[in-house]
Every structure is written in C-alpha cells, then in structure tokens.
Design a protein. Structure first.
Length: 212
C-alpha cells in the first residue's frame, strides 16, 4: 500500500510531500468560505503587519497597543467582504488598522497622543516649566486641528506627524493620490492660517519656525 505522505521524485528517491504555503489571496478566499484553519493562518500572517502599522501610528509603548491589535485583526476579518484586490492584502490590512486607530484617537485627547510621541518620558515625569509650556502650546495647536475639516486634519496628521507617504495616506483615507495631496496642501494652509490668527500662539511658535 502506498504511503500517502511519500511521493516519488526524479532518480527514484523519495521524500515527504511538502505542501506549498498558501498565498494571501488564497487565504482570503478560504477565510471567506469559512475555512477555520485558513483563518488561523491568515491571523498569524497578518499579525506582524498590524503590529507594524500600530507602532508607526502610535509608537511602541501605547497602553492600548494589544487591544487595538486584536480589534484591528477582528475588523480585518469582518470586513474581508469589502476587499476587492485593488492592492496587496497587507496594504489593505494596514489601511483597516489605521482606520481602527483613528477611531480610537477621536475618542482620546489628541493632545495626549501627540505629546507622548514627541516628549521623552523623563521630561513628562517632572513637568518642568518648559514641559508645561510645551504642553500648553500643543493644546492650543490641537484645538485648531479639531476645528478643521476632519479629512484635512487627518491627512495632515498622517503625513506630517506620523510620517506616512502620500500613497499610503491615500489608501488609508480612500482617496486618489492627487486628491490627497490637495487635501494635505489645504490642511497645512488652513492650520497655518489659524495659527497666524492666534497672535499669542504664533509668537510662541516663532522660534521653531523653519527658515525660508
């Protein structure tokens, strides 16, 4: 009786049959069809992608990192029906993760999120005069961001604060690259106009202004 685990190979030798790993697209199809084992593989393959996106958006020490990773993976599987194959599965998963993160950021004070990314922990602990002043400036700037149209503020933060390039931002917000660039330019102009109209804030930020 032939052993199903063994197959003949050229030269008369034998070796254990090794199944090729499924591609991401194949995994997507199997998960959509309800294959539980494929769902486990899909989770394992995408977990590093989700974690990388979270670290890029939130930094490595965010207190909600694990919760957001789980929520993102659940949302990715739940929304697979909307994946059309226009981009790599990994790119699409990063965009879904970013949307989960921004829903969370809208529930937080934007001031705390940016402040924790920009200020070393040892400075925050003492809350020196300089740190308190910086905290106040951030609060004023984020107040202006909240008053801007949400999509402009989001594009500005993704590109200028979190470091995503235009193509990545476009994928996250569901827009073309050219339209996203237009939103970024308008967002910068809007924020600069608001800061310029806030005389005290404009004066306090003057030392940080890049030379023209």
């Amino acid at each position: 009786m032939t052993n199903p685990q063994i197959r003949l190979v050229p030269g008369g030798a034998t070796r254990a049959a090794v199944s090729e790993p499924l591609t991401m697209v194949e995994l997507v199809d199997k998960v959509r069809a309800g294959d539980a084992s494929a769902a486990g593989q899909f989770y394992d393959r995408l977990r590093p992608v989700v974690e990388a996106a979270l670290r890029r958006l939130l930094g490595p020490g965010d207190s909600d990192f694990e919760d957001l990773a789980q929520v993102s993976l659940i949302e990715i599987i739940r929304s697979l029906v909307r994946y059309r194959g226009d981009c790599a599965v990994e790119t699409w998963a990063s965009a879904v993760t970013a949307n989960v993160v921004f829903k969370q950021l809208r529930r937080r004070k934007l001031e705390r999120t940016i402040f924790e990314r920009q200020t070393p922990a040892e400075d925050k602990a003492g809350d020196s005069g300089d740190t308190a002043e910086l905290r106040g400036l951030i609060s004023r700037v984020t107040g202006h961001l909240r008053e801007m149209p949400e999509v402009r503020a989001t594009v500005f933060l993704l590109h200028d604060v979190f470091g995503y390039d235009l193509r990545e931002v476009a994928a996250i917000v569901g827009s073309s690259v050219s339209a996203t660039q237009s939103k970024l330019v308008r967002g910068r102009r809007d924020l600069h106009r608001r800061i310029a109209a806030d005389a005290d804030l404009a004066s306090a930020l003057a030392p940080w202004k890049e030379p023209t």
